[in-house]
Design a binder for this molecule. Structure first.
Ligand code: 8YV
Length: 315
């Protein structure tokens, strides 16, 4: 059997690249210096796209591949894939849910703890000699017993809330409707009201056009000068301009962010802020999870090309 031609949008670890190269004819888009010329050359032969959550596949890329059958996303988020274009042409789309849920939740909760207890500054305090020269590290805010809001009680939001319960936080959540499995936690439909009762607000929503800037100025100001915003979803869920202004003026106390508009080239205003914890979009970035994600990307492609049922279809 000839190997199906796959357009590879971004790099993968060696442990994925080797089996991908063995099973498929991979075409490395990310290595091409002239992307348009590369697409024009290989596009007509492409039957599958292997991409990453944050890179997706836009309308132009999909249009350049007239024989495209399937897009396999390395990530749970598929907001960067043009689903309308896929629907119109009957192109199948898969993602990698479940395997990354716990790691993403772990990082979100870790970010809350690190930021609230000032652990990055505390590390510097030890290393730069401040401890010996200046004495005690400034006091920080407690985590346990305070109020947390979870915006989006899907798979990741649920695991975040479970962990927060372990830290004795008082939990509420927002979603399209109250969840039967969340009886211990208060349901608050309105994100502004959720933010108003929260010390920590976790954004764990799957991003879409409908959720764009769901965390806007009103939500941010309701969270307030003592509040912390934690984002482990997508930057598009937050009005970043409003967030930056609120962090600069003190209208919002602090933030802990794993995702940014235009990442990895984030807005330089973030770098000047002392009250934000910045992470390089690595919530799913453990070897164990990334291996499972890579396997799922390949297994979905193999399932498609062997006529089997897709393991984790989106479309
Ligand atoms: C990954 C993600 O960092 O799952 C997602 O949607 O954004 C992350 O898990 C990314 O997809 C890896 O490229």
């Amino acid at each position: 059997m000839t190997k199906p031609d796959i357009l590879q949008v971004g790099p993968y670890p060696e442990w994925d690249q080797v089996p991908l190269d063995a099973q498929f004819q991979m075409h490395r888009y990310f290595e091409a210096s002239d992307k348009a010329a590369f697409l024009a050359e290989v596009g007509p032969g492409i039957r599958g796209i292997a991409t990453r959550g944050e890179l997706g596949a836009n309308a132009a890329m999909i249009a350049a591949c007239p024989n495209l059958e399937v897009i396999s996303v390395y990530g749970v988020g598929y907001d960067a894939v043009d689903l309308d274009a896929c629907r119109a042409r009957g192109i199948r789309v898969t993602n990698t849910p479940d395997v990354l849920t716990n790691d993403v939740a772990d990082l979100g909760v870790a970010m809350m703890l690190v930021q609230s207890r000032g652990m990055i500054g505390a590390e510097t305090w030890v290393r730069d000699g401040s401890w010996a020269q200046k004495g005690l590290y400034p006091l920080k805010r407690r985590v346990w017993g305070r109020r947390a809001g979870v915006l989006g009680l899907g798979r990741i939001g649920f695991e975040v809330a479970k962990r927060l319960a372990g830290f004795d936080l008082d939990i509420a959540y927002s979603d399209v409707s109250a969840k039967d499995f969340a009886k211990d936690w208060e349901f608050i439909a309105d994100p502004v009201a959720l933010a108003a009762r929260s010390d920590f607000l976790f954004v764990t929503l799957a991003a879409s056009a409908a959720t764009r800037h769901i965390v806007g100025r009103q939500v941010i100001e309701a969270l307030g000068p003592e509040g912390m915003l934690i984002n482990i979803s997508r930057a598009s869920n937050i009005d970043e301009e409003a967030l930056l202004t609120a962090l600069e003026t003190g209208a919002l106390g602090s933030a802990a962010l794993d995702v940014f508009e235009g990442e990895p080239n984030l807005n330089p205003r973030f770098l000047a802020l002392p009250n934000v914890l910045l992470q390089p979009h690595h919530a799913s970035g453990t070897r164990e999870t990334r291996m499972a994600m890579g396997k799922l990307v390949r297994d979905n492609l193999m399932a498609h090309f062997s006529g089997a049922t897709l393991l984790t279809p989106v479309l």
